[in-house]
Write a protein that binds this ligand. Structure first.
Ligand SMILES: [Zn+2]
Length: 96
């Protein structure tokens, strides 16, 4: 079994989740008037934002969004690389 039941990852200040580091806990009142605790986190890129502790624990939130942006940029770059390669092959092919 690779899965082992252990203590849930702690979201105390100083804990890190991929690019995110927990700075502090803040209590906010949501739209329904419920008080809830959010984690104030700083992303590796420097962005500070607030996120639900559940999202950190479940690893739903792992960056401010830049992780996703990076992946999109990488995909785009690969697409371009392929396009350039295709263009190069077309040039290399002698046209009859
Ligand atoms: Zn970020």
């Amino acid at each position: 079994m690779r899965f082992r039941l252990g203590p849930r990852p702690d979201v105390a200040p100083g804990a890190t989740f991929d690019r995110l580091r927990v700075l502090d806990h803040v209590v906010v009142t949501d739209a329904e008037g419920q008080r809830r605790t959010l984690c104030e986190v700083q992303c590796g890129c420097g962005t500070v934002f607030q996120v639900r502790p559940e999202s950190l624990r479940s690893r739903q939130t792992r960056s401010c969004g830049c992780l996703h942006r990076d992946q999109s940029a990488e995909r785009l770059r690969r697409m371009w690389a392929t396009a350039k390669q295709v263009a190069a092959e077309e040039v290399a092919c002698p046209s009859m």
